[in-house]
Design a protein around this ligand. Structure first.
Ligand code: HEC
Ligand code: HEC
Ligand code: HEC
Ligand code: HEC
Ligand code: HEC
Ligand code: HEC
Ligand code: HEC
Ligand code: HEC
Ligand code: HEC
Ligand code: HEC
Length: 330
């Protein structure tokens, strides 16, 4: 076993060595002066940072690739100081003008189909706000995907979307900062016709794409779940467990009347009773007795600390027979 892996490792090394010695690699790492783009003589940093990325790959001696983005540089080459290329990426220029350059080649990309209708294009966010064409100054990166986005996607998005960034740092959060899922798993930063540029057609479809077990169909479904996962969950993060919008039982009692689970049993517990006078105070919705004597309104059932899901634990839907299923019980 051990011998085998040593053999394998040697094989890999041999292939690597052969590749390093091959003319193809030598040319990339050290282009002979004839093929080195003319621009590289003066813009060394911009050249090395882009050379091994998807964009640099097809460059030639005239710097044609450089010029597809920066525009015709023939005058610039004659007298670099007197004339600069039209380079549309300068700060202050309209985003649409910068983006048009990129879109000449990328308009057909399936991810970019709805760029124009996306929130980013409509709010002056341009391609180069997210994509780093030349790598960071002093950090000449030649790894693959350098053009895709600056290192950590959620940090990039978080620079502009501070509240969302803050949410992802809350105790219960989708594992975004851990790098298990990305903002772009749910959103298409390039635009989509859906609300908040979701990749899927609806919120629930988006959630099902990973939480397939919640899709059902169930014999007994919970209408709140069918309507939207967001009735109960925050997609980014929450101070309450399991990304819930509120703690139990308040969450459930936003929709469910307490009447069917009368709180009489707890009536004696001082902390759970309404303060004296509250039952006749119309501003106190939880305790106000609209129909005097009709029901035990002396008890503030709304805030009784019952964990609804101890019993109703099939909260997303149930296939259990009879009452158990119907009432989403365990
Ligand atoms: C002989 C040296 C030289 C060569 C060759 C050269 N440049 Fe330049 N380039 C300069 C100088 C000098 C500047 C001005 C720098 C400054 O003002 O900070 C400049 C500026 C630029 C700018 C910035 C324009 C702006 O508005 O700030 C771009 C883009 C650029 N060059 C692209 C190119 C491209 C593309 C090529 C190859 C087709 C090229 N350069 C070839 C010397 C050169
Ligand atoms: C895919 C498009 C693209 C290609 C190809 C490209 N650049 Fe750039 N370049 C940009 C963008 C966008 C900027 C603006 C700063 C940034 O986002 O990194 C920029 C910035 C620059 C700058 C700094 C001046 C400025 O306007 O900020 C120089 C100089 C430059 N590029 C030269 C080159 C040279 C030389 C090449 C070829 C080796 C080249 N670029 C290839 C897109 C490109
Ligand atoms: C708000 C940030 C943001 C903006 C603005 C943005 N992108 Fe992207 N782009 C990303 C992210 C994030 C990815 C990686 C997505 C992934 O991993 O699925 C990406 C990926 C890509 C890809 C690779 C897609 C593929 O086929 O794999 C291309 C091409 C691209 N972007 C081009 C552009 C162009 C062109 C623009 C401007 C018209 C642009 N992007 C604007 C964030 C952005
Ligand atoms: C001359 C055509 C051309 C222009 C102009 C151009 N690109 Fe590209 N780009 C390509 C090609 C070719 C690829 C590699 C194939 C692909 O991924 O589609 C690529 C790849 C990419 C990728 C994916 C890189 C990766 O590592 O996966 C991104 C992101 C990207 N381009 C963004 C941009 C942005 C932003 C601009 C404008 C500043 C731009 N491109 C301008 C031709 C171009
Ligand atoms: C340069 C700043 C900037 C960056 C970086 C940025 N955004 Fe945005 N984003 C905006 C602006 C501005 C808007 C439009 C105003 C708004 O709705 O907040 C927006 C809107 C959105 C929306 C739509 C919100 C709505 O209400 O419809 C989503 C979703 C979004 N961005 C996701 C992302 C993701 C994901 C990333 C990282 C890949 C990202 N953004 C990176 C500035 C940015
Ligand atoms: C699990 C899927 C998912 C992930 C991952 C995700 N989002 Fe969202 N995002 C949503 C949904 C669903 C909404 C709609 C929320 C609503 O309508 O209340 C939303 C709303 C938004 C909005 C607009 C609403 C607002 O509150 O401003 C922005 C901006 C946004 N997300 C950015 C991001 C960023 C940035 C990241 C990464 C840090 C991210 N999202 C990660 C699903 C997700
Ligand atoms: C890209 C995949 C993906 C998508 C889409 C997604 N999730 Fe998640 N979700 C995860 C992962 C991964 C976890 C962490 C699971 C773990 O830690 O075991 C998780 C965990 C959760 C948790 C439990 C959190 C906790 O604290 O234990 C809830 C609740 C949740 N997701 C709800 C949603 C909702 C609602 C949506 C739709 C807005 C959604 N998810 C969309 C991947 C996803
Ligand atoms: C009626 C409120 C409600 C709705 C709507 C809802 N959930 Fe939940 N969800 C909960 C509660 C409560 C918990 C915590 C259960 C527990 O702790 O026993 C939970 C837990 C979860 C968990 C983590 C535990 C597990 O069962 O895997 C995931 C994932 C989850 N929900 C996904 C979803 C998705 C996806 C949707 C939309 C299809 C959704 N939820 C809609 C109330 C809801
Ligand atoms: C967004 C509103 C909403 C929220 C929040 C909500 N529900 Fe529901 N729930 C409903 C609706 C609507 C029905 C269907 C009622 C009907 O069929 O009469 C329902 C049905 C039920 C049923 C089955 C009742 C029956 O008569 O069949 C149970 C049990 C239930 N919910 C428990 C809970 C629990 C526990 C929570 C908190 C984790 C919760 N619900 C949160 C809206 C909600
Ligand atoms: C001790 C277990 C238990 C707890 C805790 C519990 N329930 Fe129930 N719930 C049940 C049982 C059992 C039923 C079926 C009742 C019946 O047969 O009348 C039920 C029925 C329901 C119904 C359907 C009643 C109707 O009117 O059709 C709703 C809605 C409901 N519960 C919501 C909740 C909410 C909200 C909480 C938390 C505040 C909660 N339950 C806590 C056991 C429990």
């Amino acid at each position: 076993m051990r011998f085998k892996s040593i053999l394998a490792a040697t094989g890999v090394l041999a292939i690597l060595a052969a590749f390093l010695a091959s003319p193809a690699f030598a040319q990339q790492a050290n282009p002979p002066s004839g093929t080195k783009p003319v621009c590289a003589n003066c813009h060394e940093q911009q050249h090395t940072s882009i050379m091994l990325t998807a964009h640099g790959a097809k460059n030639d001696a005239n710097g044609s690739m450089c010029q597809t983005c920066h525009g015709d540089a023939s005058a610039h080459l004659k007298d670099p100081m007197a004339s600069k290329p039209p380079s549309p990426f300068k700060k202050g220029l309209p985003a649409a003008q910068k983006d048009a350059v990129c879109l000449t080649c990328h308009a057909g990309n399936r991810h970019l189909v709805f760029w124009e209708s996306g929130k980013h294009a409509k709010n002056e966010v341009s391609c180069s706000n997210c994509h780093n064409m030349h790598g960071k100054p002093g950090n000449v990166a030649v790894a693959p995907f350098t053009t895709s986005f600056r290192p950590n996607e959620s940090e990039l998005c978080g620079t502009c979307h501070q509240p969302i960034r803050a949410a992802t740092l809350k105790p219960s959060h989708h594992p975004i900062i851990e790098g298990k899922i990305k903002c772009s798993d749910c959103h298409n930063p390039h635009g989509a016709l859906t609300p908040v540029m979701l990749r899927a057609e609806t919120v629930n479809q988006q959630c099902y794409s990973c939480h397939a077990d919640k899709r059902g169909p169930y014999v007994f479904s919970h209408p709140a779940v069918d309507q939207s996962c967001l009735s109960c969950h925050n997609p980014h993060g929450s101070v309450y467990a399991k990304l819930l919008n509120e703690k139990l039982p308040n969450l459930c009692q936003d929709c469910h009347d307490v009447a069917r689970h009368p709180g009489t049993v707890y009536g004696g517990a001082a902390g759970f009773t309404c303060p004296p006078g509250a039952t006749t105070d119309p501003t106190n919705a939880a305790c106000f007795n609209k129909a005097p004597g009709a029901f035990n309104t002396a008890v503030n059932t709304r805030f009784i600390a019952r964990a609804c899901t101890n019993c109703h634990n099939a909260i997303h839907g149930s296939n259990a027979p009879g009452n158990r299923g119907q009432f989403l019980l365990r």
